[in-house]
Design a protein around this ligand. Structure first.
Ligand code: MN
Length: 233
């Protein structure tokens, strides 16, 4: 039976998969806060705290095909629009209370993502003890490149992660420096929410976050994965 909707529902957002015509349909976007020690320090924290999470809406994604340059609109209300390069986990098998020892088999693949941030608004909200949504979960705040299936991705746990702005390196580190590694992140996250196939997890950013302006070209890399390029419009 076809449902009689009042208006046409929004189509699911999906991400292309490297080496396949299939697309990964997105359910939710979870993000880990301050998950690299040097980034925690630059934000004024010690880096020694339990993992914490926030979400972005699935339709905040900017999906960029391999070899293409995505368009990243400069958002409203900010004068301090920051880049955060992140490794993204694509969950293929859901579950709750997943133990770290079992967690890696829940990952379908990996992608390069950017957790774009209206830093001035996020800082205002932090000061007032209010939710970060306006600083983190705005429209077009989550560029992502194609998903590479686990079997084709190489040793992501030790991969270099980097972001260039106009071909100048702004962020460079290694996934090995995650405070809470991929498996531990899934353990903590799945204790709080039941993970579903189609969930994406932005795992956190290393140090070097900074502002971008219209015209800037951002290129994100994680070794072994498709890179991600966007231009700020
Ligand atoms: Mn982030």
């Amino acid at each position: 039976m076809t449902m009689n909707y009042l208006f046409t529902p929004t189509a699911p957002v999906s991400v292309p998969v490297v080496g396949s015509t299939a697309h990964f349909p997105v359910h939710r976007i979870y993000c880990v806060g301050r998950n690299y020690e040097e980034h925690a320090k630059e934000m004024g924290f010690t880096g020694r705290e339990p993992p914490f999470f926030f979400l972005k809406p699935a339709d905040a994604l900017i999906v960029v095909e391999a070899g293409q340059t995505g368009v990243l609109p400069y958002p409203s209300l900010t004068q301090n629009f920051h880049h955060e390069i992140e490794l993204v986990l694509a969950i293929g098998t859901g579950g709750k209370n997943i133990k770290a020892v079992d967690a890696m088999k829940h990952i379908y693949g990996y992608a390069v993502g950017m957790d774009m941030t209206r830093r001035d608004l996020q800082n205002d909200m932090k000061k007032q003890g209010r939710p970060w949504c306006i600083g983190k979960a705005f429209d077009h705040s989550a560029p992502i490149g194609p998903i590479t299936p686990v079997a084709e991705a190489g040793d992501v746990a030790h991969a270099e992660i980097a972001l260039q702005v106009n071909e100048q390196v702004r962020q460079i580190s290694t996934v090995a420096k995650l405070i809470w590694n991929m498996a531990e992140t899934i353990e903590h996250l799945s204790a709080a929410w039941e993970l579903q196939p189609g969930d994406l997890i932005y795992t956190g950013t290393p140090e070097g976050v900074a502002a971008v302006v219209p015209g800037d070209i951002l290129t994100g890399h994680v070794a072994g994965l498709e890179s991600l390029t966007v231009k700020v419009a």
